[in-house]
Design a protein around this ligand. Structure first.
Ligand code: OOG
Ligand code: NI
Length: 460
């Protein structure tokens, strides 16, 4: 009997989700088409160099999704469904303070964590949970109503959760079960036709459009599905030229002459989608809601903690210097980077700013124990480890630029505390530290180099 492994479930889930989302949001299909065109052009122009941060087949299939849920119990169920597909929670993002507008969520990303699994299919889902206990957004009465509403809904059918648990327990599903699992999983993220209670939705919308999208409806849905592109500046130009309204900026590091690092993202604005609304007198009409947008991203090398601190510092400098009304943010950003960031991979290695794997090119009679010398001699080469995660400021920027009103937040009240340990406890799983995952991959490769050369080697 043929059995289906977690990575096959993940790849097929990503494929079917993409098909479903394309039928719901046609502009997404345009975004995917334009991304493919840009990628083909970059590949033609740069040849093998274009694939330094991932093979073209990986990049072409690569997507991240974004979903939003209301409670720890719902997030726990999400962890079961994604766990079946070999996707584990990585990182903790608190977007409540990263955004100027009211974005009352904390988030994690479910993704594969082993290099081999990432190579098979890197599908990841940025998953946000409403912070209903935060009194800056929800007073006691509204919190109670919200939590009662959320407690009554069911996002995932029990059959799906049972199949997910079976997949986790046995590490595989039969073909028949896999097909049923995928059908139910994709169905759980479709936009529901169930009428939205207009008054309740609007009550939450006054606080935050994100709160209304999560807690104002009885189901969840995929908010966006993001393709990866090799030249995001070119993509931005081509989408704008097609008359698609993009947000003002590309989030993340600037376009510059040095290596691509971390993550650059941009999006087209949320589109009005017809939704069925129930009015207070019980009649049902068709209205429209603007919630779902389209996003695209370019990925670069993963930074170490030190590299990340430098990134955050430069980002702060850019914000400060572009406050000057005569300054153009793009020019400021490029200047700040040229001044403060190494413009070569070798520079990143020297300063311990980014993660790489190391590989032996050729044997050597008496090899040095310093990786730096081995690189100079061409005995060893370094390959960048691609950043698989997200950036809180960019995520907040993407959320925010797709909200119409700023919402309300009462900063006189104390924030409710949520952190990584709390989230791990709530979903009963470890939340992986992204830095440790990259570091392990780098260290494993250095250990392999040492084994091959028959000599202990070290990075410094
Ligand atoms: C998530 C927004 C953040 C990203 O890629 O940083 C995000 C959402 O809108 O639910 O998707
Ligand atoms: Ni996203």
């Amino acid at each position: 009997m043929t059995t289906i492994e977690p990575w096959q479930l993940r790849a097929e889930f990503a494929r079917r989700l993409s098909e479903m989302h394309g039928s719901e949001v046609p502009a997404y299909t345009t975004l995917v088409d334009v991304s493919h065109e840009v990628n083909a052009d970059v590949l033609r122009r740069h040849g093998a160099d274009a694939e330094r941060l991932g093979s073209i087949s990986r990049v072409t299939a690569e997507r991240h999704g974004a979903i939003r849920v209301g409670t720890p119990a719902e997030l726990h169920q999400v962890a079961r469904v994604f766990g079946a597909m070999g996707m584990h929670p990585v990182g903790f993002y608190d977007l409540r303070d990263a955004a100027a507008s009211a974005v009352p969520v904390v988030s994690t990303a479910f993704r594969p964590i082993e290099p081999g699994e990432l190579a098979r299919n890197p599908f990841r889902v940025f998953t946000s949970m409403l912070t209903s206990a935060d009194p800056r957004f929800f007073d006691a009465d509204l919190r109670q109503r919200l939590e009662n509403f959320l407690a009554r809904r069911q996002l995932f059918p029990p059959e799906l959760l049972e199949l997910a648990d079976r997949a986790q327990r046995y590490g595989e599903l039969s073909e028949v079960d896999a097909d049923r699992f995928l059908e139910l999983a994709v169905g759980s993220f479709e936009l529901s036709a169930e009428p939205v209670d207009k008054a309740w939705y609007e009550t939450l919308e006054q606080i935050s459009a994100v709160a209304a999208d999560i807690g104002g409806v009885t189901s969840t849905h995929i908010n966006h599905l993001t393709p990866r592109v090799l030249d995001i500046d070119e993509l931005y130009r081509r989408m704008s030229a097609r008359g698609i309204e993009m947000i003002d900026a590309i989030q993340g590091p600037p376009a510059w002459r040095g290596p691509d690092v971390l993550l650059r993202q941009t999006s087209f604005r949320a589109l009005a989608e017809p939704r069925s609304l129930r009015l207070p007198d019980g009649t049902v009409t068709t209205g429209s809601l603007r919630v779902r947008f389209g996003e695209v991203e370019a990925r670069g090398v993963a930074l170490t903690r030190r590299g990340r601190a430098l990134y955050d510092d430069l980002t702060g400098q850019i914000t400060q210097e572009s406050a000057d009304p005569d300054a153009r943010r793009d020019d400021v950003a490029r200047a700040v980077w040229q001044r403060g960031f190494p413009d070569s991979e070798r520079g990143l290695i020297e300063q311990g700013l980014a993660y790489f794997t190391y590989h032996v090119n050729r044997r050597s009679e008496r090899p040095s124990s310093r990786l730096r010398d081995l690189l100079d001699q061409g005995v060893v080469r370094a390959e960048p480890i691609v950043y698989e995660d997200f950036l809180p400021a960019s995520a907040a920027g993407i959320f925010q630029s797709n909200l119409n009103g700023a919402g309300t937040r009462d900063d006189a009240k104390d924030a409710a505390h949520y952190d990584r340990d709390w989230l791990a406890g709530a979903i009963g799983r470890e939340i992986h530290d992204p830095f440790l995952l990259y570091e392990r991959q780098q260290n494993d490769s250095i250990a392999d180099v040492a084994t091959t050369l028959g000599k202990a080697v070290a990075l410094t």
